[in-house]
Design a protein around this ligand. Structure first.
Ligand code: FMN
Length: 414
């Protein structure tokens, strides 16, 4: 039997195989951030495709801080019925489901929210500053409030029946902004030394544990590196992994990069060691290393495309689970086929319209894949040949209207 096909237990929860769908923002919620029939259709299709586990796209813990239109928000029990329905359809197929809880901090496009907050008021590079504004520095009271928001959202997810949550600590989102000295310039107990910079993550973890029961899985997605000069160092990253492991985290997903240096999508792949390129996955060398430092379950996401590559990663002991994202947006039944020994067919490539300023905006990946998710959710076939330009023009048309309306509403509220 392929290693890939072997079951694994975390606490009292069985993962029927080693394949986990990595978080992908579905962009399917309504303006109020509610999950709906489209989420059910999509996750039902993935569950029926044989996945051992699916991690949801990032779900916001604060309605005032959305990272994109169409994102789900869980801050009260308002949508408990829909969340329960979502959780149940995984159970019906034996697919474990974790909700990825997130706060985007500074990575919120201009115009979407009334204001943006972050550890410090650090502006973006000139290229990204056209899309993302300079945030306001969080007060300590606001930091404590956000920590409790993660815990409350996790409590609601458990009540709905999800097997666990994953804290989004990677890709330049708020937790990762606290970890990085480039975005955290604070002089108080939340900034400065790495012990202070990881306090936000550890306090969130403890608050989540305090509000959930013993068998609830708490996972975290962390960067192996930010791929930015002056960012968190390798030794500091290792100390963060060790600290969260010592706290009792169940699973760490290894990724890398931020909006400013998108290594999670392989963009910095040229900087990888030759051995890593040969092994297809972007962050396997790091996993090899960290495996010796931590005892929790490890998952590596990014770049896996062949059964041989996935099995070799598991056989080597570098990780316990294989994370797959983009291939599952186009091949819904991929898990069953991998377990039958067939490789990924979809050739993952950057999604480009050919219009330089649009292609720099990092929005194309989200909206092109969202179109695939919508098709799957409606029982249609995904289309790898879908024109990025057509998708962008449709998005521009509907979002200019939505953003103007959103601004109008927030002015009315103010
Ligand atoms: C459309 C899209 C949305 C994504 N949304 C998220 C997200 O919400 N949270 C997250 O941690 N990663 C997100 N990712 C990153 C993926 O989880 C994954 O790390 C990355 O795509 C690399 O894996 P792959 O090579 O198998 O696609 C997203 C990726 C894509 C393409």
């Amino acid at each position: 039997m392929l290693h890939l096909a072997q079951a694994r237990q975390i606490k009292n929860i069985t993962f029927k195989n080693r394949i986990i769908k990595g978080a992908m923002s579905e962009a399917l919620a309504n303006r109020e951030g509610q999950p709906n029939e489209l989420h059910f259709g999509l996750y039902d299709a993935w569950a029926k495709g044989g996945l051992g586990c699916a991690i949801s796209g990032n779900v916001m813990v604060d309605f005032r801080a959305k990272n994109e239109p169409g994102v789900v928000v869980v801050e009260t029990e308002r949508d408990l019925a829909q969340l329960t329905q979502w959780a149940n359809l995984g159970k019906a197929q034996g697919m474990v489901q974790l909700i990825q809880l997130s706060h985007p901090g500074r990575q919120c496009p201009k115009g979407l929210n009334k204001e943006t907050v972050a550890p410090s008021a650090v502006p973006f590079s000139p290229m990204l500053a056209t899309t993302f504004g300079t945030p306001r520095e969080l007060t300590e009271a606001e930091i404590l409030d956000i920590i409790q928001r993660f815990a409350e959202s996790a409590r609601i997810c458990e009540k709905a029946g999800f097997e666990g949550v994953q804290l989004h600590g990677a890709h330049g989102y708020l937790i990762s902004q606290f970890l990085s000295p480039l975005t955290n310039k604070r002089q108080d107990q939340w900034g400065g030394s790495i012990e202070n910079r990881m306090r936000f993550l550890l306090e969130i973890y403890r608050a989540v544990r305090a509000k959930t029961t013993e068998n609830f899985i708490v996972a975290v997605k962390l960067n192996s590196a930010d791929f930015q000069r002056g960012g968190i160092t390798e030794d500091e990253v290792v100390s963060v992994f060790q600290a969260i492991d010592a706290e009792g985290i169940d699973l760490i997903e290894i990724s890398g990069g931020t909006y400013e240096a998108p290594a999670m999508a392989g963009v910095k792949a040229d900087k990888r060691k030759p051995s890593s390129i040969a092994r297809e996955a972007y962050f396997l060398d790091f996993a090899d290393n960290i495996r010796k430092q931590v005892g929790c379950h490890l998952m590596v996401t990014g770049g896996f495309r062949t059964v041989q590559g996935m099995n070799a990663a598991l056989d080597s002991g570098a990780c316990d689970f294989i994370g797959l994202a983009r291939p599952l947006a186009v091949e819904v039944d991929l898990t069953d086929r991998l377990i039958a020994g067939q490789d990924v067919r979809y050739a993952v490539k950057p999604i480009k319209t050919g219009i330089p300023f649009v292609d720099k905006m990092a929005i194309m990946e989200i909206i092109w894949y969202a179109a695939q998710f919508k098709a799957i959710a409606q029982g249609k076939q995904p289309n790898p040949k879908l024109s990025p330009l057509k998708i962008f023009l449709g998005y521009a048309k509907s979002n200019v209207k939505a953003m103007l309306q959103g601004r109008l509403n927030s002015r009315k509220q103010a």
